[in-house]
Ligand binder design. Structure first.
Ligand code: DGT
Ligand code: CA
Ligand code: CA
Length: 377
């Protein structure tokens, strides 16, 4: 999907860091809307005694009372003793499902994507935003809306010229926030941060910095790497001097083997009959199917992506009951999803600029005797 994206391009990068808000607690709200307006706390019960264990996270209502992650459950209960509040145990498989659905929506934009935890990812949106931070802000809003509309989940987005700045920025206006820090503002932005805002800057390093008389990030920016190298080691010194100047060279890393196979094409202008759309979809399916066949993979999740003239991005995913390696099934489902998307969103056909077919959730079928049957089309 990323065939025309080069990590080495010289234009200014625009990196998004996306972090889902009060994640486990929000997952609970998604399936129980009665939790939305009262404090709710998700707990890891140790099982030793009733109420022994710690808070994993809580919603923003509960945070108003001072409840926080890692706090003993008993302490959280005492803070909420005068109000109606709900305490729930964690349900990791369910949170992972919601995470996979949300990550899929983001990944489906087809840009360089790196998931870093159950509720966080980086995406390099340099190309889609054309390196323009104003466009990036509008785009971030539409991405937020897309996730909210599809799975009712809110997230906060940091938009920056590199991973470090976007990561710090995503935490600035939570929940449901967007914080844009342009390349020009990056140094000033980070100078106003504290040591603990810098990911990876632990208490040991802070102590060493203080012993050198360095009290702030802007103090670091006045030093050269060679001045800090002996006390901190070359790697940390380089990272910190760069960071204090708003610079970070780390790349968005696409992890492991590709977790999606897909193809997106730009449509010719003024396509206004469904038959032409269907024909394009069939060609996309053919290409995706060839790729699946080469890699000997069956898939279970099919996503269709439509990008409209105004850059609005609409995607819809369907999970099949069983893994499939059938071209017919791929094509039949693709066409039916496209029809539904067009109807449900009242899309005017000639507003569709790009269309994509993406499959994910694979099962390796290279060892199957029935391989030929599997790929019959
Ligand atoms: P946010 O991002 O501030 O709106 O709130 P969360 O809850 O999303 O916080 P975050 O992003 O630091 O963590 C993501 C999830 O990881 C969170 O929903 C629950 C889990 N988690 C975070 N901190 C702890 C912890 O100290 N203990 C345990 N057991 N789980 C944690
Ligand atoms: Ca979060
Ligand atoms: Ca997080």
């Amino acid at each position: 999907m990323n065939e025309d994206i080069s990590q080495n391009e010289t234009r200014n990068k625009i990196i998004f860091h996306i972090d889902f808000d009060y994640f486990y607690a929000q997952c609970e709200e998604i399936r129980r809307s009665d939790l939305r307006n009262i404090p709710s706390v998700v707990c890891v019960y140790s099982g030793r005694e009733e109420d022994s264990g710690v808070v994993s996270t809580c919603n923003y209502e509960a945070r108003k009372y001072g409840v926080k992650a890692a706090m003993p459950i008993r302490l959280a209960k005492s803070k909420l003793k005068d109000v109606e509040a709900i305490f729930l145990p964690t349900d990791m498989p369910y949170y992972h499902d919601i995470s996979a659905n949300a990550m899929r929506i983001i990944h489906n934009y087809g840009e360089l994507f790196e998931q870093v935890s159950v509720d966080e990812c980086y995406v390099d949106f340099t190309k889609i935003t054309n390196s323009d931070f104003d466009d990036a802000k509008i785009f971030a809003r539409s991405l937020q809306k897309n996730i909210k509309d599809q799975i009712n989940l809110t997230c906060s987005i940091g938009v920056g010229p590199n991973k470090l700045i976007s990561k710090i920025a995503s935490g600035f206006q939570k929940p449901n926030g967007i914080t844009v820090v342009t390349a020009n503002d990056a140094k000033n932005f980070i100078s106003n941060c504290n040591f603990e805002d810098i990911p990876g800057l632990g208490p040991k390093t802070v102590k060493r910095l203080e012993s050198l008389g360095i009290k702030s990030i802007s103090d670091i920016s006045k030093k050269g790497i060679f001045e800090l190298r002996d006390a901190l080691g070359y790697k940390t010194a380089t990272f910190l001097v760069n960071a204090s100047n708003g610079i970070d060279y780390s790349q968005v890393k696409v992890r492991g083997t590709s977790k999606q196979i897909g193809k997106i094409v730009t449509l010719k202008k003024n396509v206004d009959d469904l038959e032409q759309i269907n024909l394009t979809a069939e060609n996309l399916c053919k290409s995706v199917f060839e790729n699946l066949r080469e890699k000997r993979q069956a898939f279970r999740v099919l996503s269709i992506i439509l990008i409209l003239e105004n850059l609005q991005h609409i995607s819809f995913s369907r999970s099949l009951k069983l893994y499939s390696a059938s071209f017919d099934e791929l094509q039949k489902n693709s066409l039916s999803i496209i029809k539904e998307m067009i109807n449900n969103n009242s899309i005017t056909l000639n507003n569709i600029r790009r269309m994509g077919v993406v499959v994910s959730d694979f099962k390796d079928i290279s060892g199957q005797d029935s391989l030929l049957n599997y790929f019959e089309n």
